[in-house]
Design a protein around this ligand. Structure first.
Ligand SMILES: Cc1cc2nc3c(=O)[nH]c(=O)nc-3n(C[C@H](O)[C@H](O)[C@H](O)COP(=O)(O)O)c2cc1C
Length: 197
């Protein structure tokens, strides 16, 4: 039994894992007390049931990225940030609405890289008082510049109907269908774009 077989189980499981797309679920918020880890874990749970890709939660906070170009700042996490994004074939952005847009942390993390994002697909799962819709639309404009093809279906979670007290994530049943419909678009687009990289 090879090293990878020990990690993944049978040879067949090993081959499936190696040939599947890698889809990164990116948590857009980094503040203390944020709800994005709950949303990201739920999206991963829904996605993993499909077995059609390797889904990984990627937490921007783990990379401790200072503001891009900040003088004297420790940017030692930038290399690992580049490496993890380069390893993905597609993305699911977990987007929260801050002042009608995306968070500063997500914008900063996007600005750090260029080639690593290019020619990949993305889906957006957002939340806010109106489903994070305004932030999601801002993100689409940014993704266009980064050559990321964002799919149409957009699960939009309400702080009032999908959370209790705005903090305990309890998604309505219909939201799982919405995530699956988004993934039905994201997976083929991620496969298609793989062919031109
Ligand atoms: C600085 C800030 C600005 C916000 N602005 C908006 C807003 O414009 N629209 C909205 O629907 N919610 C807004 N909210 C509420 C957030 O969407 C809500 O707190 C959400 O839980 C934030 O995501 P997080 O917990 O992952 O950080 C704002 C929250 C913060 C912290």
């Amino acid at each position: 039994m090879g090293f990878l077989s020990k990690l993944f189980g049978t040879k067949q499981e090993e081959e499936e894992t190696m040939t599947k797309l890698n889809i990164g679920i990116i948590l857009g918020s980094t503040r203390e007390g944020r709800v994005s880890p709950q949303v990201g874990a739920w999206v991963k749970e829904v996605a993993d049931k499909r077995g059609d890709a390797n889904y990984t939660v990627i937490d921007i906070a783990d990379y401790k990225l200072p503001l891009l170009g900040e003088a004297g700042a420790d940017a030692s996490g930038a290399a690992a940030w580049s490496e993890i994004i380069a390893a993905q074939d597609g993305f699911i952005f977990i987007v929260q609405e801050y002042n009608h847009s995306i968070t500063g942390s997500l914008k900063n993390a996007l600005d750090y890289l260029r080639d690593e994002w290019n020619n990949k697909a993305a889906g957006i799962v957002s939340y806010g008082s109106v489903g994070g819709a305004r932030a999601a639309e801002h993100l689409r404009g940014i993704l266009g510049e980064l050559l990321v093809a964002d799919v149409r279906v957009h699960p939009a979670l309400s702080l009032f109907n999908d959370f209790e007290n705005g903090s305990d994530f309890k998604p309505q049943a219909v939201q799982e269908d919405s995530v699956n419909q988004m993934l039905d678009q994201l997976i083929p687009w991620s496969k298609a774009l793989f062919t031109i990289r």
